[in-house]
Design a protein around this ligand. Structure first.
Ligand SMILES: Cc1cc2nc3c(=O)[nH]c(=O)nc-3n(C[C@H](O)[C@H](O)[C@H](O)COP(=O)(O)O)c2cc1C
Length: 287
């Protein structure tokens, strides 16, 4: 039996559904929770999502490339949905981003008024038009500290594995993060055999099984270097074994996303069943 909680929420399972297209709909979020997800993270809510981009997903032999950015639903839609989740005491984590630290802080404040219980700052998406080639500690600190100054809600800062991760994690901690979500997608590309050009016309977010060893290594290294903040490990989870591996290297819970693009609810139920078999029921439930 293990005590599983994150961002102040006791969870019925150490398996959280990560942010993405599948969590852009209230109906999906409710159903994923009914199926037993410990919590669900919304698609990233943004006051001013880019318009007119060609946002697509491409399945690769191993993993997935996606050029999506943020939810196209207006903030007012999300505030209504988050209020209704809160009324039902559902463990939903609102993923948020904005064009500036001040704007993100204001959005977080608005979200807090809905009764939403926790935030994830989705500040590491690399699919915007000008890309996010060099995330850096100053940027992480600016977004985190501005948001922290405007809301008392528990918040996790989502980062991508890669260069300078230790410094970005320290910047998130200095800015007031309560947890780290690791990892967002990393830059990936595939070549079209027909044209020789890059699929999706560029470098976009890679996710799925290829990410898992990188995130396991990074999580293990963070723990080895003394980082004690809760970590949500995410990348390539598709079995209870994967969840257990994340917990073994020091993550507090695991998030699952890309695997759910195949038979979403059945896949989640399978992963939850395997996790229960390996780890037993967590304490702290029910909510
Ligand atoms: C189609 C797609 C859309 C995504 N959208 C978001 C998003 O809006 N916000 C976010 O923080 N992460 C987003 N992600 C990243 C996932 O939440 C997750 O961090 C990443 O895919 C690695 O986990 P996985 O290998 O289990 O998918 C998206 C991933 C995919 C594949």
């Amino acid at each position: 039996m293990r005590d599983t909680s994150i961002l102040g929420m006791p969870l019925t399972a150490p398996v959280v559904v990560g942010s993405g297209l599948l969590t852009d709909q209230e109906r999906n979020i409710r159903r994923l929770l009914e199926k037993g997800a410990g919590a669900v993270v919304t698609k990233t809510i943004h006051p001013n999502p880019p318009q007119g981009l060609d946002e697509r997903i491409l399945r690769l032999p191993v993993g997935m490339l996606n050029s999506t950015t943020y939810s196209k639903r207006p903030v007012s839609h999300w505030l209504r949905a988050l209020r209704s989740f809160a009324e039902d005491r559902l463990p939903v984590i609102a993923s948020l981003h904005a064009d500036s630290p001040d704007e993100l802080a204001a959005l977080a404040r608005d979200v807090e008024t809905t009764g939403c219980r926790a935030l994830e700052l989705g500040i590491s998406c690399l699919n915007e038009e000008d890309g996010l080639e060099d995330d850096n500690p100053d940027r992480v600190y600016a977004y985190t500290s501005a948001t922290r100054s405007r809301t008392g809600l528990p918040l996790s800062v989502k980062l991508a594995v890669g260069e300078g991760l230790q410094d970005r994690v320290r910047a998130a901690i200095a800015g007031g993060a309560d947890a780290i979500t690791l990892s967002d997608t990393i830059p990936g590309a595939a070549v079209s055999p027909e044209t020789g050009d890059l699929e999706l016309n560029g470098v976009y977010g890679y996710s799925g099984p290829g990410l898992k060893p990188l995130v396991l290594a990074a999580t293990w290294q963070l723990r080895k270097r003394g980082v004690t903040l809760p970590i949500m490990g995410v990348g390539g989870v598709n079995s209870g074994r994967d969840v257990a591996d994340y917990l073994s290297v020091g993550a507090n819970v695991a998030q699952v996303y890309t695997a759910l693009h195949t038979d979403m609810y059945d896949t989640l139920e399978r992963i939850l069943g395997e996790t229960r078999e390996l780890l037993g029921e967590p304490q702290g439930a029910p909510l």
